[in-house]
Write a protein that binds this ligand. Sequence first.
Ligand code: COA
Ligand code: ZN
Length: 316
Amino acid sequence: MKLPERVTICEVGPRDGFQIEPEFIPTEQKIEVVNLLSEAGLPRIEVTSFVHPKVVPQLRDAEEVMAKVRRRPGTRYSALVPNDKGAVRAVDAGVDEVHTVVSASESHNLANVNMTIAESIDKLRAVMQVAERARVAVACGISTSFGCPFEGEVPLGQLERVVGRLVDMGARAIGLADTTGMANPRQVARTLEHLMPRFPGIEWTLHTHDTRAMAIPNILAAMECGVTHFDGSIGGLGGCPFAPGASGNVCTEDLVHCLHAMRVETGIDLDRLIATSRRVQEIVGRTLPGQIVKAGKWDRRYPLPDTVAGRLPNAV
Ligand code: COA
Ligand code: ZN
């Protein structure tokens, strides 16, 4: 396999995860989780979103969370915004980077942000101006890049047109999001092989959901295409409130474990990450989908059964 030596992980659990929790997560606990993730060495954390508080009431405390997290040098703190109003709030709250959102399919874009794709792109132009004035970086995410829960297949040409509009507007970082886990590894490779040479110089991120157990295979396919930026959520929290059937992101600690087992560096302290995942399970009050928290790391060893002890032959 042709894998990069190092990849950059962005933790999106505090946004993509907490936005869909049935119970409001108390602000103090959100801050605690972001601080634990920082201490585990996450290079990037999507802390919250500056959206309409009635539309996503779970994140109505965005300003307070952003203001109170302990900023670790070396971690880039971002937030999701759908429009310029969100961008102004995010910049005022002191984010390092704003993450924008538009869908590749009209139906999901209307369901998610109540705008057509063209209207969203107009708003994103205003977002970019707000960010530029504040000297804050922008990364543009594209939801339903690999399929839409309402429309099904999203033609590659349509995705390419949305990417083109964003690049024309000055986007230099683009995230392709598999919002409801519809992508498969061949499709991911085909999509990236098509887009990457057409839009040189773009920093591509793959944002996966493990709805159909294809997230890590999809990430491996993207790594083989040269992608080095991936989103994940602690414990596998997550889902989109406006995409039926959506479930959690790829679980960050499972992904980091897989990468470290393959000797791909992330700069993340896996043991601290696993401890953070346990704490998040306590906070949300249920077992999360992550596997490594349950199984332990690959080098875990068990005591030899009595029936075997003393009977091992010398190595051949
Ligand atoms: N933050 C807070 N309030 C906002 C806002 C923002 N980012 N954007 C708009 N508003 C307010 C407006 O000020 C206006 O307030 P008023 O009624 O007091 O005048 C009101 O919302 C309506 O504005 P409008 O532009 O018509 O918004 P809308 O009702 O069409 O909603 C969005 C559009 C984008 C704000 C809303 O759909 C949204 O927040 N979506 C987020 C979805 C999301 O987070 N999805 C999951 C992540 S992918
Ligand atoms: Zn998502």
